[in-house]
Write a protein that binds this ligand. Structure first.
Ligand code: IMP
Length: 415
């Protein structure tokens, strides 16, 4: 196996960062293929905390090359701030470790403003976005008026594109929201400077990655958000604006689907969701609050409290189908320690009410288990039930917050 795609199988925040961190040890390339600075993970190495929203956490491993693919929307301000943070913490000493796609779209100041203005005025239809301008940037991409990385590194191209798009954006901001408009020169100068600073990282990543595929280098495609937030397959319209599913790895990087060997779906041992939208197994009660406190369920990007609920196998079966999952990584099993009973939704009734089965909980701490056999018997029953119901193997199991508290049952790169 040489190429593995990691996707969130629920609504994001499944603990993908942690699984990516484990598998990065086996990868030569880590690639982001969708989303932007709406994602976020906090990585603690040797007591030093680094929060990244855009750059893959693989950047903390000096022998790993990180690629931001064409399907990502890049906020140059965030990108440069993360580069500066990494350098000041002693990382990214070799600039060839990071490559940005020429074709990735750029998040502009008007995208962020429009995202905020829309949400502020949406009332009950609020999506609960992260406010990072993601939706408006993807809209411009599809409307064919976007500005790409290749434009900000070339003065003439940037002038031409901005002269075309800015009047349209300003008209929209003024007429629809009555908000102050943007000055051409201000944006032009600022983004030209960003482009000049980023230029050394920019390359044709399609060629780079296909050469790596031909070389049979291990490549890890790191999905952001989750299947329930996919623009096609998620709980529309309460979704993000990109293809968060495994198919997005091909279109968002320019590597053909036949080059993908393994798709790993990351599944939290229960379910969470940030922002608005349907959530069948949500627990709006003391049990939900208990899951939130124990699991530290607060967003890394916005700090918002996450909605919590039981595991939903109906959602996961669909997620498995859409992603063509080869196996799953089950995370945060330790959060369920101490519950007398654990419920699992096995299917929905006709009116979409979840049908639950109840399983006995366990009281023993899981930290010291370095194999499935060493887990408490009720925890083993829980994971066996999940495997059986989903007809999928659990490849990795994480059961504690610290690096190392995971059980590698079968390594996707070696299967
Ligand atoms: P947007 O991606 O900022 O447009 O937000 C759209 C929806 O996706 C909102 O419900 C967000 O809370 C959700 N979302 C975006 N990024 C993440 C993430 O990394 N984890 C979980 N939810 C996310």
């Amino acid at each position: 196996m040489t190429t593995t795609v990691i996707v969130g199988a629920q609504w994001g925040d499944e603990g993908k960062g942690r699984i990516v961190d484990v598998l990065t040890n086996h990868a030569k390339y880590v690639v982001r293929f969708q989303g932007g600075a709406n994602a976020g993970h906090t990585i603690v190495v040797d007591g030093k905390k680094t929060v990244l929203h855009l750059l893959p956490s693989g950047i903390l491993h000096e022998n790993v090359k990180c690629v931001i693919g064409n399907g990502v929307v890049i906020d140059p301000e965030v990108c440069l701030a993360e580069i500066a943070l990494l350098k000041s913490n002693g990382y990214l000493t070799d600039d060839t470790q990071l490559t940005l796609s020429l074709g990735a779209h750029v998040v502009m100041p008007y995208h962020k403003l429009i995202d905020k203005l829309r949400e502020d005025g949406a009332g009950g239809s609020k999506i609960g976005t992260t406010g990072r301008g993601i939706g408006p940037c993807y809209e411009d991409k599809v409307a064919r008026r976007g500005i790409r990385v290749e434009d900000i590194i070339d003065e003439n191209r940037l002038r031409e594109r901005l002269e075309y798009v800015l009047p349209q954006m300003n008209l929209y901001i003024e007429k629809v929201f009555g908000a102050p408009t943007f000055d051409f020169n201000e944006i032009f100068d600022k983004y030209l400077k960003f482009g000049a600073e980023l230029k050394k990282y920019v390359y044709d990543t399609v060629v780079l990655l296909n050469m790596a595929v031909a070389n049979r280098d291990n490549i890890l495609f790191e999905g952001a958000q989750g299947t329930g937030l996919d623009v096609d397959h998620g709980t529309y319209p309460f979704v993000t604006s990109s293809s968060t599913v495994s198919g997005g790895a091909a279109s968002g990087s320019g590597v053909g689907p036949t080059a993908i060997d393994y798709v790993l779906g990351v599944v939290k041992a229960y379910t969470t969701r940030v922002g608005s939208g349907p959530f069948q197994t949500e627990l709006d009660d003391a049990m939900g609050r208990k899951l939130r406190e124990r699991g530290g369920e607060y967003g890394a990007t916005t700090g918002r409290a996450r909605r919590c609920g039981w595991l939903d196998l109906e959602l996961l079966r669909r997620s498995s189908m859409i992603n063509g999952l080869s196996g799953i990584a089950l995370t945060k099993l330790d959060v369920l320690t101490g519950f007398d009973k654990i419920k699992v939704c096995t299917r929905y009734e006709d009116d979409l009410t979840p049908h639950y089965i109840e399983m006995p909980g366990w009281k023993e701490k899981l930290d010291s288990a370095d194999s499935v056999e060493k887990l408490p018997s009720n925890a083993r029953r829980y994971i066996e039930f999940i495997q059986e119901q989903l007809q999928l193997p659990i490849a990795i199991l994480s059961h504690g917050p610290a690096r190392g508290s995971e059980i590698m049952i079968s390594n996707p790169f070696k299967s």
